[in-house]
Ligand binder design. Structure first.
Ligand code: SAH
Length: 218
């Protein structure tokens, strides 16, 4: 069992991680502060304690990964959230990204399609630290129509194309950040909803995410 302790050593390694992310081009100080505030090792098996602050993705079980911190920072920066916004995240995974969003003072609605990962996340202590995160077990392709519209949508799995239903659940003026493309490489897109059926698209760097799959997995 993990003991939730954040040592000076881990704090120091985290600061170095933040410096390296800054050097790779992340400039949003709120995002960098969020990464600095969250003990990433809590989201991983204790076997990863020695390497949790390397800027790498790591396995979290069920064939899934916690994203690379640089990627988390990159997506968070592109989303340009403001406090109290409603943000829908697709792909809870370890919930690390959800916690980064919560540190940015938004209300997070996060969906995971794998029941085992959804159940695991519920055992972590950040549930009380971040009461603004709501967890859902379901298919992200459907979004959360009951809670729509959202100011922002963040997709943290690779989508073969932009999911229509998620566009519909954006507010006018709202934004979606999503990696779109083939299995091994995707292009990061930012879509802004400028009218009821009108969107503007910006294109950013290439990334490699695990796939966004249809349907729930029990
Ligand atoms: N944001 C996560 C990274 C998760 S990796 C983190 O910070 O750790 C992507 C996650 O998306 C995986 O857990 C995968 O099971 C989930 N996923 C894939 N397709 C999905 C879908 N259609 N709906 C919800 N979650 C999905």
């Amino acid at each position: 069992m993990r003991r939730y302790e954040d040592s000076y050593k881990q704090k120091g390694l985290r600061k170095q991680l933040v410096d390296s992310i800054r050097q790779k081009g992340i400039t949003d100080e709120n995002v960098l502060a969020a990464i600095n505030n969250i003990p990433r090792h809590y989201f991983l098996d204790t076997a990863f304690d020695g390497i949790a602050y390397e800027d790498r993705a790591f396995p979290i079980g069920e064939g899934q990964t916690i994203s690379q911190p640089y990627t988390v920072a990159y997506q968070s920066q592109l989303l340009e959230v403001k406090p109290f916004e409603k943000v829908l995240e697709i792909g809870t995974g370890s919930a690390y990204q959800a916690c980064v969003l919560a540190e940015l003072k938004v209300n997070v609605y996060t969906i995971e399609r794998q029941k085992k990962l959804f159940d695991l996340v519920k055992q972590f202590p950040f549930k009380s630290r971040y009461p603004t995160i709501r967890f859902f077990y379901g298919d992200g392709y459907e979004g959360l129509p009951t809670f729509a519209p959202f100011d922002k949508v963040l997709v943290t799995a690779a989508a073969p194309q932009i999911p229509e239903k998620l566009l519909k659940q954006l507010k006018i003026g709202g934004r979606m950040v999503i990696p779109v493309g083939a299995q091994d490489i995707q292009r990061m897109l930012r879509i802004t909803k400028v009218g009821e059926d009108e969107y503007e698209q910006e294109t950013f760097d290439n990334f490699s995410f695990v796939p966004m799959l249809s349907g729930k997995k029990s």
